[in-house]
Ligand binder design. Structure first.
Ligand SMILES: Nc1nc2c(ncn2[C@@H]2O[C@H](COP(=O)(O)OP(=O)(O)OP(=O)(O)O)[C@@H](O)[C@H]2O)c(=O)[nH]1
Ligand SMILES: [Mg+2]
Length: 246
């Protein structure tokens, strides 16, 4: 998709109502600091549209990004953030669950897992809950730039095993630093929302009628000189007409 518009349209806090959007939505979930906001920025080719931070707990609301008035990407608050109170954790959990449960336009959920670490109990719980809710989460293994290619393969294997995903589940390595996986994620998203890029308007062919006389542009000869010569030939001695001097 060619990104012409990418705007933060709705911000939902704990007490906010989930917007009744009419466009398809795709959500990004994962534990705090896993790289959800960075992934969204990479997909949208914007450096800091979604706020990121090395401090976990940056995104504390559900943020809806309107893309080209075609779809929404939703950035979810991270779970498993240790520095918040138990009641806050519960609130966040409820907020995420409520969204995944009530949104009518949510077409797919991408669950992000840090490629360097084994999925935590929280990750497994979230994955199982999503499956239970009828989603078929696509797993993104983030920060792939931190590992060597051979290690990436091993980590994907471990992630698959610990989450106990079935054969058909997609687990994609991704890096917000190198852009690895970006195209694959776009293809998946387009497929999920049934999007097809409108064909480019046909190029208007600017070819000239071959029966017409060539123009000076084609011949390279300046038209003015040619006209002056012709005038001399047909009306010898006559000068170019113009205003008479008083
Ligand atoms: N090397 C590397 N660092 C990354 C990548 N993605 C994110 N980061 C870093 O990880 C940190 C957290 O990234 P965020 O995108 O804010 O993570 P988040 O999941 O949105 O975090 P919360 O909003 O707290 O839930 C930041 O310091 C990012 O720069 C990546 O692909 N590679
Ligand atoms: Mg974030």
């Amino acid at each position: 998709m060619i990104i012409k518009k990418a705007e933060l349209e709705t911000v939902c806090g704990y007490t906010s109502k989930i917007p009744e959007n009419t466009l398809p939505e795709i959500a990004f979930a994962g534990k705090s600091n896993v790289g959800k906001s960075s992934l969204i920025n990479t997909l949208l080719e914007r450096k800091s549209l979604a706020r990121t931070s090395s401090q976990p707990g940056k995104t504390q609301t559900i943020n809806f990004y309107n893309i080209n008035d075609v779809m929404y990407l939703t950035d979810l608050p991270g779970y498993g953030y240790a520095r918040i109170t138990v009641s806050e954790k519960e609130k966040w959990g409820e907020m995420i669950e409520n969204y995944l449960h009530t949104s009518t336009q949510l077409k797919a959920v991408f669950l992000l897992i840090d490629i360097r670490h084994q999925p935590s109990d929280n990750d497994c719980q979230m994955y199982n809950w999503m499956v239970y809710q009828g989603f078929y989460p696509i797993i993104i293994a983030t920060k792939a730039d931190k590992l060597k290619p051979a290690e990436i393969k091993d980590s994907i294997f471990v992630i698959r095993n610990i989450l106990e995903v079935d054969e058909d589940t997609i687990v994609l390595p991704f890096s917000a630093v190198t852009g690895q996986g970006k195209e694959e994620i776009w293809s998946l998203m387009e497929e999920l929302i049934g999007y097809e890029e409108a064909p480019e308007p046909e190029q208007v062919q600017k070819t000239r009628d071959p029966n017409k006389k060539p123009r000076w542009k084609d011949t390279g000869k300046p038209v003015a000189k040619k006209t002056a010569k012709r005038r001399e030939k047909t009306n010898p001695g006559k000068k170019k007409s113009g205003k008479k001097k008083k």
